[in-house]
Design a binder for this molecule. Structure first.
Ligand SMILES: *Cc1c(COP(=O)(O)O)cnc(C)c1O
Length: 444
């Protein structure tokens, strides 16, 4: 039985209590070594998110090298992982920010990001948008209502326009951010109404923005760029073209990721053609989230329990993490790579087919869903794990720490750590305490 150590308001397994000797791992986590896992779990407890500074910088360099014929701005869609330290790493690399709410824009400013480096594309238009604009943030109007509000408050102002050009390529309506089933942006057939508002308030549309989640196929990106350029023609004052994010990343070995240098080639050509035809040399922007962080982050958890439902059933590994830390499997049937880091191993290196579940009292808290259906179980073949072993869930840099079923079952928000390029491991967010979970409640 693992020793339990007491942290204010929270118990967690102290894996050091179980460590005898670490044998060679049969499969490796993406960026952590077994001994780093052991060290991190010992220092911060589990579950804990860990980010890889070298990996963050590698992906940032790829974004900054995106093919472009004229000017270029690479932005980080900060909703993917919003910790100030991550924003600072990207800011120092030369990336600017894409914020998806007024709160996010202010969070970026608190992290030291200059307002001039923040562009806001929001589903819910912030009430304080005038203050944000005055501070220096640029705003893409994402609906006719937003455009009208901007015009009424600040006639004559510069504004970006997010358009839904009628194309989408997500795998389901949950990931589709363009096309008729997506509510994001101004539907292309309603642009005459947008132009009426722009004329009425004398707005200057300086940027045309689309974010349709085009995946990894250069042909789809070309189509999306051409469609968007078609829209730019109708806005003669526009100097900037923002193609959004949605560059697919391969988390699992068999998944295809995006080669930005390849995807950018037809986009660059399209911008050159556009300049030849119209004399307009557009400044290109892209704003990936997933691409920048997905594979540069993992969730380090412990195997908290192990159970079986017999010959007709399954072997279940229960982690001390789950939908309260990583929601993508439940929400999208997303597949995440998992590596067992055996701590106290008597057994050899044999494999076992298991179902991995989270710690919430909720049958949807499933970490190995069938890829075609989040409610169906799919066994995963992993190195045989015992209670107290560590589990690395890779590909957890994007939309995990930033998008969980926070505090469900009153589990505290897990800490975040950064593996520096120097090899040093720094805590960049502490574990939440029970006091913090209930601090805003008003007891009777
Ligand atoms: C979410 C979002 C992105 C980033 O999407 P990824 O799929 O993570 O690359 C970029 N732009 C906008 C407007 C977004 O809402």
């Amino acid at each position: 039985m693992a020793r339990r150590i007491h942290a204010p308001g929270y118990f967690f397994v102290d894996p050091l209590a179980r460590i005898e000797k670490l044998g060679p791992l049969m499969s490796e986590p993406r960026f952590l070594t077994a001994s780093q896992c052991k060290d991190i779990a010992g220092r911060f407890g589990t579950p804990v998110y860990v980010y890889d500074e070298a990996g963050l910088k590698r992906s940032a360099r790829k974004v900054l090298d995106f093919p472009r014929p004229f000017g270029f701005t690479g932005r980080y869609a900060m909703k993917a992982c919003s910790n100030a330290a991550i924003l600072q790493v990207f800011h120092q690399m030369g990336l600017e920010m894409d914020a998806s709410s007024g709160f996010e824009a202010r969070r970026a400013m608190r992290a030291g990001i200059p307002a001039q480096h923040i562009s806001l594309s929001a589903q819910e238009f912030p009430n304080d948008f005038v203050d944000l604009l005055r501070a220096g943030i640029s705003i893409n109007a994402c609906s006719l209502k937003q455009l009208r509000a901007l015009g009424e408050a600040l006639p004559g102002n510069r504004v970006g326009l997010r358009i839904n050009p009628g194309l989408g390529s997500g795998s389901s309506h949950k990931t589709n951010v363009g096309g008729p089933s997506s509510s994001f942006g101004i539907w292309h057939e309603r642009l005459p109404e947008a132009k009426e508002i722009i004329g009425r308030f004398d707005l200057e549309v300086f940027r045309i923005h689309t974010h349709i989640g085009s995946g990894s196929d250069p042909a789809v990106w070309q189509k999306s760029a051409l469609l968007t350029l078609g829209q730019v023609e109708g806005f003669p004052a526009a100097t900037h073209l923002n193609l959004g994010g949605g560059f697919k990343v391969g988390r699992m070995r068999e998944e295809v990721g995006t080669d930005l240098s390849e995807v950018g080639v037809p986009i660059k050509a399209a911008l050159e053609d556009f300049a030849r035809l119209t004399g307009r040399k557009l400044h290109l922007e892209i704003e990936p989230g997933t691409f920048l962080v997905a594979n540069a982050g993992c969730l380090l958890a412990s195997v908290e329990d192990k159970t079986t439902t017999g010959d007709e059933g399954h072997v279940f590994l229960k982690l001390d993490a789950g939908m309260s830390d990583i929601l993508r499997p439940t929400l999208y049937a997303a597949q995440q790579p998992m590596t067992v880091v055996p701590l106290a191993k008597k057994s050899g290196q044999e494999m076992e087919s298991v179902i991995v579940v989270g710690h919430c009292c909720e049958s949807g808290d499933l970490l190995t869903p069938d890829p075609s259906d989040p409610v169906r179980l799919k066994e995963r073949s992993l190195v045989r794990a015992e209670i107290g072993d560590l589990m690395v869930i890779d590909g957890a840099g994007a939309y995990c720490a930033a998008m969980q079923a926070k505090n469900y079952n009153s589990f505290p928000e897990a800490p975040e750590a950064l593996l520096r390029e120097s090899g040093e491991i720094t805590l960049i967010r502490k574990r939440q305490t029970l006091d913090q979970i209930v601090q805003n409640e008003v007891p009777l």
